[in-house]
Design a binder for this molecule. Structure first.
Ligand SMILES: [Zn+2]
Length: 380
């Protein structure tokens, strides 16, 4: 790596890795920064032969570009863009260290379960204030409920992946239903976005099943597990969640951080977290897809129907911070969810635990079947 690169502390790498996505070796050998004619750093798309990608990929390259504000030393910014090759369905994060691509003090910011306008917007604002970028693993049903919010996240330069349609535990429902929940979610988020989204997936509850992983491999969808778990759904107390994240980071010193852009604790901590990451010398790595992967026509149809149904129900401008309507076309879960406040009513957006009047007894574990999914003893 060139000394100049080290001096500037800017390392921009668009990594092209054959087979199982990026590798640690590739990360270590990441190409140094490129400078355009104006001297500003750019993201370069490096193919397997090291050449610049063709002009027909210019649009994609632009979406991977690092904004000039990321140069501001007072902002967290972005240290690298890592291009993930999803061919063959690679798995990243958590115990999947064979695919590790983060160096010491590098993090990937991820937000699951949204979008939920009232909270997602606050997260976007905090990210924008630090000129940094994240990945949003969106639930199809939520995307259908507020497609404009999906597009807003994309327009802000963030990566959008998917997180099923109805946030089911795919390991528990059999391959056919699991495949449907994944595919319908992928189609729904894509339809809501109005453009291809990243072929990046996160399992609800981080509960992967071998059969579903095999399906994702065939579909060339990359799965992302986590290294730092905010468990922001367990409390509204941002201070607790902030300390939980930082205490884990102090041990791992890097990793994929899981938060939820539907949780008030996360919206309450995000600015403080980004400030601290900056102060402690952490660097944000932005993950982007090398290519898009097609949705399946059989799921595009119900996804489009769900989106149209939402559009028919919604009056112009009716999707506000406090009004979200989602329609579920799947026969297994047919009930439409209408909420005056989605955080209080949508099944996967169950209201986080209010601050207890008395300290809970940690030895008493509620039974999962008695609780909304977010307070179950699953890790996600
Ligand atoms: Zn989730």
């Amino acid at each position: 790596m060139a000394a100049g690169t080290l001096r500037s502390a800017w390392v921009f790498a668009a990594l092209c890795a054959a087979g199982l996505g990026v590798t640690a070796a590739l990360a270590e050998n990441a190409p140094g920064q490129d400078h355009g004619a104006d001297g500003r750093p750019q993201t370069s798309a490096v193919g397997h032969d090291g050449s610049q990608d063709d002009a027909n990929e210019d649009a994609e390259a632009r979406s991977h570009a690092i904004p000039a504000c990321a140069k501001d030393p007072d902002k967290l910014g972005i240290s690298r863009v890592v291009e993930i090759d999803s061919t063959g369905g690679p798995v990243f994060g958590g115990s999947h260290t064979h695919n590790a691509f983060l160096n010491d003090h590098e993090v990937v910011l991820t937000f699951d379960d949204g979008p939920m306008r009232a909270y997602t917007r606050r997260v976007l604002k905090a990210l924008d204030d630090h000129c940094t970028r994240a990945t949003f693993f969106m639930v199809g049903r939520m995307a259908v409920a507020d497609p404009a919010m999906v597009r807003e996240v994309i327009a802000a330069g963030h990566t959008v992946g998917t997180h099923t349609y109805a946030h089911r535990n795919l390991k528990a429902i059999g391959l056919l239903k699991a495949r449907s929940d994944f595919e319908l979610g992928y189609s729904a988020v894509t339809k809501a976005a109005g453009q291809p989204v990243a072929p990046f997936f996160r399992f609800p509850y981080l509960s992967e099943g071998r059969q579903v992983l095999d399906h994702l491999k065939k579909r060339n969808i990359a799965s992302f597990f986590i290294d730092v778990d905010s468990k922001d759904f367990q409390t509204r107390d941002s201070d607790v969640v902030y300390k939980r994240i930082m205490s884990q980071l102090n041990v791992t010193r890097k990793g994929i951080i899981l938060m939820h852009d539907i949780q008030p604790s996360t919206t309450g901590l995000i600015k403080r977290l980004l400030d601290t990451l900056h102060d402690q010398g952490y660097k944000v790595v932005h993950i982007v897809p090398k290519t898009s992967e097609p949705t399946l026509a059989e799921f595009d149809v119900p996804a489009a129907q769900a989106l149209a149904a939402k559009g028919n129900k919604a009056k112009p401008g009716s999707v506000s911070d406090h009004s979200i309507t989602a329609t579920m076309p799947d026969k297994d879960d047919p009930e439409p969810e209408t909420a005056s406040n989605a955080a209080d009513h949508l099944p996967w957006a169950a209201k986080p635990a209010a601050k207890p009047r008395r300290a809970p007894k940690p030895s008493v574990q509620p039974q999962p079947e008695d609780l909304p999914w977010q307070t179950r003893s699953f890790p996600n």
